[in-house]
Design a protein around this ligand. Structure first.
Ligand code: CP
Length: 303
């Protein structure tokens, strides 16, 4: 399987076998990382949107494999402020680095960057569209916890309209015959285009507003934040802020083996009283970003 020089823009770019290969390689890298694997390689980290986990874990992943990092996390400090285009910015990053990691609020920005760049481009989240590396670490976490990815009942909770991590994960899980429960207010439901894609693949799904009506069926509950920054109208956001708050009451309505994931950051969707239960795996999930992103960087750089 050859990933060298490949762009990673959408989870749709991967076959099931390729996803499994990345997860197996992540396990190997986690157990035996090579601190010199990416020596003399440079990653350009271009973040046009706030990030804690994705940016820091990519940087950490690169440095722990002996590579270097350049870039920015505030576009206001760059020549974009003077009117330079994204295209020209990417042409510069390509000259100075071996791989580009980009996060943008604009859907399709990473696809455009991939067209501009000769070096591989990795999408670290583009608007409400896709977040493929988040999905790979989500799958890695689910596999570690459940020992399989096949035939799981997965609940997606919260903002399914704007949640890019949900969009990517639902597509990825369609390779593994998941039964999907989309739990959200009607106004934040899973976009029809995704539901149609799942229907075409023969995937069973159910839409529901009340978590407790389906929670006992779930193996995985993937909670998400209401994506305040994506709402055109702040008053509309206020209507849905805090609509789901997971706390200890949930524990009376679940299977014993339920695992709760969240791409983070959380605002008030999960009460900290759940953090030390066996069900909560969201901090472990964030930590899994290191071996998975190390694997992605190593593969596209031919390491
Ligand atoms: N999960 C995730 O993308 O987190 P950040 O926005 O902090 O990178």
């Amino acid at each position: 399987m050859d990933f060298k020089n490949r762009d990673i823009i959408s989870i749709r770019d991967f076959s099931k076998d390729e996803i499994l290969h990345i997860l197996e390689t992540s396990k190997k890298i986690e157990s035996k990382p090579d601190p010199e694997l990416l020596k003399n390689k440079i990653m350009a980290s271009l973040f046009f949107e706030p990030s804690t986990r994705t940016r820091m874990s990519f940087e950490s992943a690169m440095r722990r494999l002996g590579g270097n990092v350049i870039g920015f996390d505030d576009p206001n400090t760059t020549s974009l402020k003077k009117g330079e285009t994204l295209w020209d910015t990417i042409k510069m990053a390509e000259s100075y680095s071996d791989v580009i990691v980009i996060r943008s609020p604009i859907e399709g920005a990473s696809r455009l960057a991939a067209e501009a760049a000769k070096v591989p481009v990795i999408n670290a989240g583009d608007g409400a569209n896709q977040h493929p590396t988040q999905t790979l670490l989500d799958l890695y976490t689910i596999l570690k916890e459940k020992k399989t990815l096949e035939n799981l009942n997965v609940g997606f909770l919260g903002d399914l309209k704007y949640g890019r991590a949900v969009h990517s994960l639902a597509i990825a899980l369609s390779h593994f015959n998941a039964r999907m429960f989309f739990i959200s207010p009607k106004a934040l439901k899973m976009p029809d285009s995704y539901l149609e894609e799942l229907e075409q693949k023969g995937i069973w799904y159910r839409e529901e507003e009340d978590l407790f009506k389906v929670s006992r069926e779930l193996d995985i509950l993937y909670a998400t934040r209401i994506q305040k920054e994506r709402f055109p109208d702040p008053l509309e956001y206020k209507k849905y802020a805090g609509v789901y708050r997971l706390d200890r009451k949930l524990l009376d309505h679940i299977k014993p083996g339920l695992r709760i994931l969240h791409p983070l950051p959380r605002v008030d969707e999960i009460h900290p009283e759940l953090d030390d239960t066996k069900h909560a795996v969201y901090f472990e999930q964030a930590k899994n970003g290191i071996p998975v992103r190390q694997t992605i960087l190593a593969l596209v750089l031919g390491g």
